[in-house]
Design a protein around this ligand. Structure first.
Ligand SMILES: [Zn+2]
Length: 67
C-alpha cells in the first residue's frame, strides 16, 4: 500500500494553502486545486448557487474538523 504524503500546496484558484490530496479542476482537467474548490466546481456544475455552495462547505467543514 502506498501512503500519500501530506504535502503543503497552494491552490491556484483561491490562493489558500492546503494539505493532503488535491482535487482535479474540472475546467481544464489538469490543474490541481484544493478540496474546497473541487467541491465548489462540482456543485457549480449541477447548478447550485454560490450561497448554497458556501452553506454546504460550512457543513462539510463542521464534520471534517470533528474527525
Ligand atoms: Zn481553492
Amino acid at each position: 500500500m502506498k501512503t500519500i504524503e501530506k504535502q503543503k500546496a497552494v491552490c491556484p484558484k483561491c490562493g489558500a494553502e492546503y494539505f493532503g490530496r488535491p482535487a482535479l479542476s474540472r475546467t481544464d482537467g489538469t490543474t490541481l486545486i484544493c478540496t474546497d474548490c473541487g467541491i465548489k466546481e462540482s456543485l457549480d456544475s449541477i447548478g447550485i448557487s454560490k450561497a448554497e455552495q458556501d452553506e454546504i462547505l460550512a457543513v462539510i467543514h463542521k464534520h471534517y474538523n470533528a474527525e
